[in-house]
Design a protein around this ligand. Sequence first.
Ligand SMILES: [Zn+2]
Length: 220
Amino acid sequence: MQLVIFGPPGVGKGTLSDMLSAKYKIPHISTGDIFRSEIKSGNSELIQYVEKGLLVPDSVVNKVIEKALKQESFKNGFILDGYPRTTDQAEFLENAVWKLKKKINLVLNLAAPEDEIVKRLTARRHCPKCGALYNLITVKPKKKDICDKCGSQLAIRKDDEPETVRKRIQVYNSETAPLIEHYRKKKLLADIDGSKRPRTVFGEGVAFIEKHIPKQQKMD
Ligand SMILES: [Zn+2]
């Protein structure tokens, strides 16, 4: 089965995707991870947008996604998170999936109040030296602002600063709202409250999948 997970940054798409991936034994494709590895390899076309907190143009994103979907590991299905973000991308995806003789079975739409998201994301810290990740709410370092693993001073990613977070949410809302309607009309959309605990969010996701996707298609 092919699932798409929607939601603003910090709403818990990655966590939900990983939990569903473990339950249904299909891989989680994180667009963020794909992008990060492209950025690492020096894709300057991507870098200029990401640094400003702007969405990357469809033409650039589509190329990366189509290449990813063709991988052997996704032939029995996937959970796509962070893509599509525009109606054009959705149409591109439908076509790309159709070419692989598949279809999108369900779109899970995670939502949470803006202040909740800002609270979660601005609590994130990372260690610039060893890369360890922390969260001042959920995964606190033992000593304030110091990495447990290597003793370095922790830092905030530019992406997680309050102004950047609010800007990312605004960009998400304005770009993605038409897309939510697109999938609602196609009767593929399932609304989930992302402000709840991961376990509850997961339970709601599973309930939608069990209700809307026939057993046979779960294995396609
Ligand atoms: Zn460290």
